[in-house]
Design a protein around this ligand. Structure first.
Ligand code: GDP
Ligand code: MG
Length: 176
């Protein structure tokens, strides 16, 4: 859903992955609060955070992000979360091939049930763990599925702002 107030674009987005531990909550906390807490607890329920960024064309984009916890496990509930979302960020962990497979499940789900003009991003997180890398690259899969691809590290902050800036650039603009 988009709400246009002058040049402010409000984005309802979901950070999703099938399974946990890939770093979704850490990505959102890094983006919104600029922090990384390696001892942070598993999200209970769905937490809501928002952050506003300014683009070079002076458009302001306000992200309203729902960080889902374990609800993804209940497949019947999932459509409640992503219905109406303008953006979906699907995260896997570059050290976990299993998480990459599970991310692909979410891509298919969103292609089936999400809004047709949803902006989808595929994110390979934990890019700081190069020595443990087991997923070589998600770019081919992302391109085949019309997704934006980026590797991030919530720990080092690498590419976190770029992720959200690139999403913002891909959003439809309010008519003047
Ligand atoms: P979620 O279940 O997908 O929300 O995952 P969390 O955000 O709770 O993170 C799961 C675990 O991965 C935690 O122990 C984090 O400290 C760790 N983690 C998250 N992001 C990164 C990252 O970019 N690099 C490293 N090395 N660890 C991370
Ligand atoms: Mg979480």
């Amino acid at each position: 859903k988009f709400q246009h107030f002058h040049s402010l674009i409000t984005v309802n987005g979901w950070v999703l992955s099938r399974g946990s531990g890939v770093g979704k909550s850490c990505i959102v906390l890094r983006f919104v609060r600029g922090q990384f807490d390696p001892t942070s607890k598993v999200t209970v329920g769905a937490s809501f955070l928002s952050q506003t960024i300014a683009l070079q064309d002076s458009t302001t984009v306000k992200f309203e992000i729902w960080d889902t916890a374990g609800q993804e496990r209940y497949a019947a509930l999932a459509p409640l979360y992503y219905r109406g979302a303008a953006v979906s960020v699907i995260v896997y962990d570059i050290t976990s091939p299993e998480s990459f497979t599970k991310a692909q499940y979410w891509v298919k789900e969103l292609q089936k049930h999400g809004s047709p003009d949803i902006v989808m991003a595929l994110v390979g997180n934990k890019a700081d763990l190069q020595e443990k890398r087991e997923v070589s690259d998600g770019i081919d899969y992302a391109e085949k599925n019309g997704m934006f691809f980026i590797e991030t590290s919530a720990k080092t902050a690498d590419n976190i702002n770029q992720l959200f800036e690139e999403i913002a650039k891909r959003l439809p603009r309010p008519s003047p």
